[in-house]
Design a protein around this ligand. Structure first.
Ligand code: SF4
Ligand code: SF4
Length: 173
């Protein structure tokens, strides 16, 4: 069944932050995307149709964090993803992101910076570690790049909180 993703974040750091799965009003467009295959595994009522074959998690106003919206799949009381084993690749690989550079010319593996994900402190250390190959290997075993070629995956546009990790354009050509 492919490889498992090792966590780059720690439970302690995440407990202190607790912002995964929450979005400000302006960030609701960052809710995770589901491919058609991933959408089949979960409650479709909690998804909205996005472009092409894609779906995106619906969000609702948080009952715990004022001013925030939350992914409908989050059990807020327990702060647990209710579809953890079936959560989409977007969530599995976070804080890594697969997306375009500014000119949409090249595809990169990015990582959210410390302002967006406090668990990410030393990007240079991450770049040197085996986790980068593990993430790419994980994406390969999940047929992510094949699905990109078939138009079945959402590739994120460049955002200023992202830091470049590795150019991966060749994996979709
Ligand atoms: S944003 Fe980063 S530090 Fe915060 S909960 Fe998510 S993974 Fe953990
Ligand atoms: S699917 Fe699960 S892990 Fe992903 S944003 Fe929603 S609650 Fe969080």
């Amino acid at each position: 069944m492919g490889v498992d993703m090792k966590n780059v974040t720690t439970t302690k750091k995440c407990a202190d932050c607790g912002l995964c799965c929450y979005f400000t009003k302006e960030q609701t467009c960052l809710a995770p995307y589901f491919s058609k295959r991933e959408a089949r595994l979960v409650d479709k009522k909690k998804l909205k149709k996005a472009s092409g074959n894609l779906f995106q998690a619906k969000v609702v106003k948080s009952i715990k964090k004022e001013g925030f919206f939350v992914c409908l799949f989050l059990d807020e009381a327990k702060y647990k993803c209710s579809i953890y084993k079936k959560r989409p690749i977007d969530c599995v690989t976070w804080p890594f992101i697969v997306g375009w550079d500014k000119g949409k010319k090249d595809l990169y593996l990015w990582i959210a910076d410390g302002s967006f994900c406090p668990a990410v402190k030393n990007v240079n250390e991450i770049k040197r570690s085996s986790i980068v190959d593990e993430v790419i290997n994980y994406l390969k075993t999940k047929n992510f790049f094949k699905e990109v070629k078939n138009g079945e995956r959402y590739l994120w546009p460049y955002e200023s909180y992202q830091v470049k990790i590795k150019r991966i354009t060749e994996l979709i050509s």
